[in-house]
Design a protein around this ligand. Structure first.
Ligand SMILES: [Zn+2]
Length: 283
């Protein structure tokens, strides 16, 4: 599933291709992909894409509506889930097998923005931006890890009864982290993933917060991690998977100490760690 660095990369590669373009029409090829906001569909015609950005693992297109519209702005929100992806094709390009929504955009030549999704878990919502706080999922999201000062981030983890890995994955604690970056940050901070957060002293949590930010920044710089399907909005793979220390490396030698990495399951997710660099804490 695309995590924070992948969705950020998609936003950054998509933006120059569609910013300031107007939506001429929309083709909803799979009705269920539009999860909410059907009533706003007629309002998208003529809307100008004024910003392409990310919140948590959601990709957002802000739209300015024509002056005669009953409201000034709408927002298109996409959750890519397992296999959602975006690609800009030339005008006239035909839908692909897994294309779920097509936006025809103005310009000369015009172009078509495809939202493709093989597994169909991804979704789109249309909503006025001021209504977003009424969406329970949006309201539940924790802060952005890269916008939090280290002590603030560390305090989010403090005193929680769950395993620290489960805390990192909990989108209400912090937003945007999935299996890859949780495992990598825990390795970098030298923390055993099963350690209850409440047993970790504050400096260890600060070290984890620092590792997490460092990993995310480095992953974004390398355009995310491509395992299986992920591609950015230009069709390019990310490169961060080439520098994974633990994710997907079960049984291989730890890059730091050479001991074979172990695999376990935490919060229902496959978890890889180094038994020597990430000892079970007695703190
Ligand atoms: Zn090690």
């Amino acid at each position: 599933m695309p995590e924070l660095p992948e969705v950020e990369t998609i936003a950054r590669t998509l933006s120059p291709q569609i910013l300031d373009r107007r939506i001429l029409s929309l083709e909803l090829l799979r009705k269920k992909t539009l999860q909410a906001g059907h009533a706003w569909l007629p309002r998208l015609q003529g809307a100008r894409i004024s910003r392409v950005h990310r919140r948590a693992k959601l990709l957002l297109l802000d739209l300015d509506l024509p002056p005669d519209a009953p409201l000034p702005r709408l927002c298109l929100l996409f959750h890519l889930k397992m296999t959602g992806s975006f690609f800009v094709h030339p005008a006239g390009a035909a839908a692909l097998k897994h294309t779920r929504i097509i936006f025809d955009l103005d310009g000369s030549p015009g172009s078509r923005l495809f939202f493709d999704d093989i597994r169909t878990f991804g979704y789109c919502r249309i909503a006025p931006p001021e209504s977003l706080p009424d969406w329970p999922f949006w309201k539940s999201l924790g802060p952005e890890p890269l916008l939090c000062p280290i002590p603030t981030l560390a305090r989010r983890f403090l005193g929680r009864a769950a395993a620290i890995k489960a805390v990192l994955l909990n989108q209400t604690v912090i937003a945007g982290i999935g299996n890859i970056y949780a495992d990598e940050a825990l390795f970098q901070a030298g923390i055993h993933p099963a350690t209850k957060a409440s047993r970790l002293p504050f400096p260890a949590l600060e070290s984890l917060a620092r590792s997490l930010q460092d990993i995310l920044i480095r992953a974004i710089a390398q355009c995310g991690s491509s395992i299986r399907d992920y591609r950015d909005a230009l069709g390019n793979a990310g490169a961060f998977q080439n520098t994974f220390a633990v994710y997907g490396r079960k049984g291989q030698a730890c890059i730091r100490c050479g001991v074979p990495l172990l695999q376990t399951r935490i919060a229902g997710r496959t978890t890889v760690y180094c038994p020597r660099c990430q000892p079970e804490t007695s703190a």
